[in-house]
Design a protein around this ligand. Structure first.
Ligand code: FAD
Length: 337
């Protein structure tokens, strides 16, 4: 492994300055769970690691005067999952945070690092494969092993987005605050991620020197505003594992009728996948087995599985139906997908 220096900037400006100046020779370090894996696997070999933990004020969760929930980028996943307001008002976020890895990973991994972690695709993670994302000219999933890859939004690369937290936050309409050499900006988390067809070298809109500082969740997404939310994750192993498919749902009910819905899939696409067509199927009526079935069909209508991952289609449909019926308090639908 190449020798590297660790910079300890004492402000966001200083951290952003080093990152902008050094470009690919510098990498931001938060909890290090993903970054150190990339270093050890020789996927990256920066000259400098910029330790974000040296910057004060980026850790913690607070309720702002406008009712928003503001989560600092260095907040650990454990702190997020344990937070009273998150558990009480934003169950999907607490469930997603709690579903990440193992207690050790959640104790060290941060919200910013979880949202910015790189893909787990085995070709991307293998130093032996110079895939499209690493400047090569082929996505090996098209001829190789594709069982964990994208069925929606893929091409020319078929990675899937790895964070469990991201779909839950998108379902709760969260925004992300970013600091950088050109100042601060804020955007919906949904627009933070980009498809491989738009950008191959990275999965987000971040440019050199930019740092995620905070995630902001609106009060209108909380149960106090009449919302219900839930996150379901299906994984291959009972112990810690990434999602094969996950579903995050947030519903606003008006009596038995659904007034608003946000439905986001994880594990199926290169970005947290907002299923807008599915949302239309459930808004304006009762969330019963028929509506949940229509929503599931609409969400997967454009699925284009690769050779080994067709199983994700019925799996995603079943999870969508289950999540919707659970949230609406309707009896479970036992029809096979
Ligand atoms: C065995 C194992 C199992 C796992 N299981 C799951 C799982 O089930 N679900 C899941 O969601 N994740 C899972 N993960 C991933 C893990 O949750 C993330 O690696 C971790 O949350 C990253 O957080 P970190 O603070 O350690 O980030 P780091 O490793 O420090 O950083 C990760 C990446 O994000 C960048 N970065 C960090 N912070 C910021 C910031 N504020 N702004 C901009 N860029 C930033 C870094 O430069 C780096 O590229 C697993 C990881 C392992 C090793």
């Amino acid at each position: 492994m190449r020798r590297f220096a660790v910079a300890e900037p004492d402000s966001l400006e200083a951290a952003a300055g080093i990152l902008a100046r050094e470009g690919a020779e510098a990498r931001l370090l938060a909890g290090g769970i993903d970054l150190l894996g990339e270093l050890k696997d020789r996927l990256i070999s920066p000259r400098t690691l910029v330790n974000l933990k040296a910057v004060p004020g980026l850790e913690g969760i607070r309720s702002a005067a406008d009712g928003t929930l503001r989560v600092g980028a260095l907040t650990t996943l454990t702190a997020l999952a344990d937070h009273d307001r998150v558990r009480g008002e934003y169950p999907a976020i607490a469930q997603a945070a709690l579903s990440v890895g193992s207690p050790e990973i959640r104790n060290v991994g941060t919200v910013g690092g979880n949202l910015c972690q790189r893909p787990r695709c085995w070709y991307y993670r293998s130093a032996l494969h110079r895939c499209l994302k690493k400047g090569g000219d082929v996505c090996f999933t098209t001829t190789g092993e594709s069982r964990y890859h994208a069925i929606l939004g893929g091409g020319p690369s078929f990675i899937v987005h790895p964070s469990d937290l991201a779909p839950a936050l998108v379902a709760c309409d969260a925004r992300v605050a970013i600091a950088g050499p050109k100042g601060a900006r804020e955007l919906p988390l949904e627009r933070f991620y980009v498809l491989p067809s738009e950008r191959l070298d990275h999965e987000t809109v971040l440019v050199a020197g930019e740092i995620v500082t905070e995630v902001i969740v609106p009060p209108s997404a909380s149960s106090a505003a009449g919302r219900r939310s839930s996150f379901l994750k299906f994984k291959e192993r009972d112990s810690f594992d990434f999602a094969l498919v996950s579903v995050a749902v947030s519903l606003k009910m008006a009596g038995r009728s659904c007034a608003e819905a946000r439905l986001v899939l994880g594990g199926v696409a290169p970005v947290p996948w907002r299923a807008a067509e599915a949302e239309k199927e459930i808004v304006g009526g009762a969330v019963d087995a028929a509506a949940a079935g229509r929503a599931a069909a609409a969400a997967l209508k454009d699925a284009a599985p690769l050779a080994d991952n067709g199983y994700k289609v019925p799996l995603a449909k079943a999870l969508i139906r289950r999540a919707l019926l659970d949230l609406a308090g309707a009896p479970p639908d036992l029809t096979p997908s």
